[in-house]
Write a protein that binds this ligand. Structure first.
Ligand code: DC
Length: 240
């Protein structure tokens, strides 16, 4: 089973994708973190964000992996824990720029497909259901109003001690949406067969409940079509 969760920034994708993967016992892959790790490497290498050849080199020299440590998910770039370093406003901005680049998208597309090929995965991003896994078993498009998403992001940054204003954060969220939606390669869009969930004013628990129910239904349907009885117990019993 491949579960794709796409949507704009601040819609709550990371929280629900992680929790959904935990409930289902699936692997969780945060593709935004992969783009962020590339942005950090680009900045450290002093490469111009529009130099496709240099971007290609940086991407190919970077090994990104995920590690689960005491309930926390860690992002490793060539073995270094970059989980915190990739979440600064500066890196967010640079990520939004380099993620429009073909060289970056091509390398990461290949990597995301490789990571997801193990099956029983929840992948979270912008183009998972439309480009990376167009045949995903379940697709969600999680959204919320720009004001709500900006407010969530503002509270997150303030909690980290960042000196930001609410208005500016909402503006930045809207600007990032526009860039993600208008870019030439793999723009943010809802796949036709993705279930739209608007999380404005809806609790995380309620969003998770809806998602988990749909995934469990598909799991059962798959078992049935594979010749099992649907409850997961009789698949290997002869004559069952
Ligand atoms: O989900 P996030 O905020 O961590 O994503 C960071 C940036 O990466 C954001 O500007 C969109 C981009 N991104 C993308 O272009 N494609 C993806 N599959 C995931 C993220």
């Amino acid at each position: 089973m491949v579960v794709a969760i796409d949507g704009p920034s601040g819609a709550g994708k990371s929280t629900v994708a992680r929790m959904l993967a935990e409930r289902l016992g699936y692997l969780y892959i945060d593709t935004g973190a992969m783009f962020r790790a590339v942005a950090l490497a680009v900045r450290r290498a002093g490469v111009a964000p529009d130099d496709e050849d240099a971007l290609d080199r940086v991407c190919r020299g970077l090994e990104i992996s995920f590690e689960r440590d005491d309930g926390a998910y860690r992002v490793l770039a060539n073995g270094e824990d970059v989980s915190e370093a990739i979440r600064t406003p500066e890196i967010s901005l640079l990520t939004s720029r380099i993620s429009t680049r073909k060289a970056v998208r091509e390398v990461l597309l290949h990597e995301q497909r490789r990571m997801g090929s193990t099956g029983n995965v929840v992948l979270e991003g912008r183009d998972i259901g439309s480009v990376v896994f167009p045949d995903a078993d379940v697709k969600f498009f999680l959204s919320a109003s720009a004001e709500e998403r900006g407010r969530r992001r503002y509270l997150e940054l303030r909690a980290k001690g960042e000196d930001v204003s609410l208005e500016k954060t909402i503006e930045e969220v809207a600007a990032r949406d526009a860039r993600d939606e208008r870019r030439e390669h793999a723009p943010l869009c809802r796949a036709e067969d993705a279930l739209l969930i608007d999380s404005t004013g809806v609790s995380v628990e309620e969003v998770l409940r809806r998602m988990e129910r749909l995934v469990r239904d598909r799991e059962a349907a798959r078992r049935l079509s594979a010749g099992g009885c649907g409850d997961g117990f009789c698949g290997n019993v002869e004559g069952a």
